[in-house]
Design a protein around this ligand. Structure first.
Ligand code: ATP
Length: 374
């Protein structure tokens, strides 16, 4: 079993002045592909480096496969780490780069040979074994770095932004390859990235970090649909979720989201029934959140119930064709939104459009705590 458990782990630098990771509790499951994601400086790399043993833990416990590893040196943790700069030895060929760790550990020659050739096959690089790193493309170097980790047959792979030095197209390709590799190797992977698309596409579960604190741990679609707060809502998804200040009002037993006199949306009965806590926010200031893809051009939309109380009118300021869809930058008066609409939309700059809101995907946040009401 290769679970990794963090119990109340804190890491400070400079005598406590910098809190890089604060009271982190996390259980990484055996064979799971877990992604740590968040903006620069949120503590992703520090978390990974503590698991690797490259950084001491200020407080807390880390377990790998049920053993407490706080005082176990990196080489004895049965982990392999892949870095963004690959860290290949320039004077060694690919074979020797991959074999190096095993030679250090005094593995027999035929076992080294078996493992290196097998890893090279898995990664599709058996023809590159004689080359030096400088004779390889970025993607090939990346594979060698992975190969060096694979030959170790570790309990856990730790990867720190391994795709960030590749161009956009190769990154997309390697993303899928890494997912396939994980399926094949059936090993626990902890993967650090600042790229929410990478996190969404690769993670079985995703950990969103902010300022050293874990915000939410959930599978990709749960993070997307049920963010616990505005930070997670805004970080996951592209273009980002629209937020605007609003208030809730009750009229004749119904609850309305009101944005001054710019728009008003009646909450469907089922929505209120499913989220009774919303009634605590009547007559209070809230933040209304809606993803661009949940604002639909009412003229062409068919799959959304376009009741008049479920729409907002806005002026189109920018039209951004994306091919299969169009991003409309719209304004309801003083409030700006992005709407990702069907490519059939005829909306043009200067038009007033009626946007239908997908009610079940609406979000209301507490204005003070920024936590999700629903
Ligand atoms: P990035 O995506 O930019 O790599 P990150 O999320 O990986 O960021 P960390 O590198 O873990 O963030 O850093 C978390 C915080 O700890 C930052 O404020 C950083 O400046 C601080 N930090 C990291 N290492 C050290 C160190 N050796 N000494 C002092 N502060 C450090």
């Amino acid at each position: 079993m290769a679970e990794v458990v963090l119990e109340d782990v804190t890491k400070t630098f400079n005598d406590g002045e910098v809190v890089a990771v604060e009271n982190a509790d996390l259980e990484v499951r055996d064979k799971e592909f877990l992604v740590l994601v968040g903006p620069s400086g949120c503590g992703k790399s520090t978390t990974l480096r503590m698991i690797a043993g490259l950084e001491d833990i200020t407080e807390g416990i880390i377990e790998i496969g049920e053993d407490v590893v706080n005082d176990v040196p990196p080489k004895d943790r049965d982990i392999a780490m892949v870095f963004q700069n690959y860290a290949l030895y320039p004077h060694m060929n690919v074979y020797d780069n991959m074999a190096f760790g095993l030679k250090l550990r005094k593995f027999p020659k035929d076992e080294i040979d078996r493992r290196v050739n097998e890893a090279a096959d898995i990664l599709g690089i058996p023809n590159l074994l004689d080359r030096k790193p400088k004779q390889l493309s970025g993607g090939q170097r990346q594979r060698v770095a992975l190969g060096r980790a694979i030959v170790r047959e570790p309990k856990v792979f730790l990867m720190d932004e391994p795709l960030s030095n590749l161009d956009a197209k190769l990154r997309v390709q390697m993303r899928a390859e890494l997912s396939k590799l994980h399926d094949r190797l059936q090993t626990t992977v902890i993967y650090v990235t600042h790229d929410q698309t990478e996190a969404m596409t690769m993670g079985d579960r995703i950990v969103v970090l902010r300022d050293g604190k874990i915000q939410q741990v959930a599978p990709p679609m749960e993070l997307y649909r049920k963010p616990v707060n505005m930070f997670v809502g805004g970080f996951i998804g592209s273009p980002a979720m629209n937020f605007t200040d609003a208030s809730l009002a009750e009229k004749n037993g119904d609850i309305y989201v009101q944005a001054d006199d710019e728009f008003e949306i009646k909450l469907a009965e089922e929505l209120v029934e499913a989220n009774p806590q919303v009634s605590d926010y009547v007559d209070k200031d809230v933040v209304f959140g809606i993803r661009p893809e949940d604002l639909n051009d009412a003229e062409i939309t068919q799959d959304v119930d376009v009741a008049t109380e479920n729409t907002l009118d806005a002026e189109v300021e920018v039209v951004e064709p994306m091919g299969s869809e169009i991003n409309l930058y719209i304004n309801t008066g003083s409030r700006e939104f992005i709407a990702t609409v069907d490519a059939d939309s005829k909306a043009d700059v200067g038009d007033t459009v009626t946007m239908a809101v997908t009610q079940e995907n609406m979000h209301i946040f507490d204005k003070e705590t920024e936590e999700s009401v629903f």
